[in-house]
Ligand binder design. Structure first.
Ligand SMILES: [Zn+2]
Length: 244
């Protein structure tokens, strides 16, 4: 029964749409990783250069006792207090919640990525660079940190909204019209990165995935579902042999 259900699932067009949308997010993430990493370093450099005496005073370090919990963070040292202030100054939702629990504050003066994580969804405490991030983390960074305000924020929000809908699809199925709309939003966002070669490559690959790859995916799925049917027959023959 389970194998028959799997065969049906692999033949389901709406499930294949869901797989394609998920893979588009993987391609989008790959397109934006290097850009995000470089920009986070530039952002950190700018903050420190603007006010080195406050954010990187010589000889002063956090004692390491400043430990945030979830959305709560009361700095125990004056250096972390200054960094917290600076992070909030560059937050696009000044009154919004910050997932401080993502960060190790004592690393803020020296590690740009620890700063970036303050603008990401929760659960990023162990992320140590853009190559360990999913598309959602990078898109939230672009949306919540004003260093990225040069990117059309409406385009960023559209893709975040679609990504959330995709992840909350309880039966892992999406319609072809939804997939088309999603593909358009992703392509729209990628136009913001004309200067990033990986983004142009991703745009081409996603376009192919949405059109040409349908047949390939269909072939792969039909081969898989045939294999599942063969397996089911094999198990049936086994059980009839043991029952006789
Ligand atoms: Zn501290």
């Amino acid at each position: 029964m389970a194998l028959a259900e799997l065969a049906a699932r692999l033949n389901c067009a709406e499930y294949k749409n869901w797989v394609k949308a998920g893979h588009s997010l993987v391609l989008l993430r790959a397109a934006l990783q290097r850009f995000a990493g470089e920009q986070v370093q530039a952002f950190h450099r700018q903050l420190v250069a603007r006010d080195a005496a406050r954010l990187s005073p010589p000889g002063r370090r956090c004692s390491g006792k400043c430990a945030p919990r979830g959305k709560q963070f009361q700095p125990a040292c004056s250096l972390c207090k200054e960094w917290k202030k600076e992070i909030l100054n560059h937050h696009t939702h000044r009154t919004g919640e910050v997932n401080w629990g993502n960060c190790k504050p004592w690393l803020w003066p020296s590690n740009p990525w620890e700063l970036a994580k303050a603008y990401m969804p929760r659960g990023k405490a162990e992320s140590c660079g853009p190559d360990k991030c999913d598309a959602s983390a990078l898109l939230n960074l672009f949306s919540l940190c004003d260093h990225f305000s040069g990117i059309d924020q409406k385009k960023v929000r559209e893709v975040i909204k679609c990504r959330n809908e995709l992840m909350h699809s309880s039966d892992m199925k999406i319609s072809s019209s939804w997939l088309k709309r999603f593909g358009n939003h992703v392509q729209n966002l990628l136009t913001e990165f004309q200067h990033v070669p990986e983004a142009q490559t991703a745009a081409e690959r996603i376009e192919k995935l949405m059109k040409v790859a349908i047949q390939h995916l269909d072939d792969t799925c039909s081969q898989l579902s045939k294999a599942v049917v063969r397996l089911a027959r094999y198990f049936n023959s086994l059980s009839s042999m043991t029952s006789t």
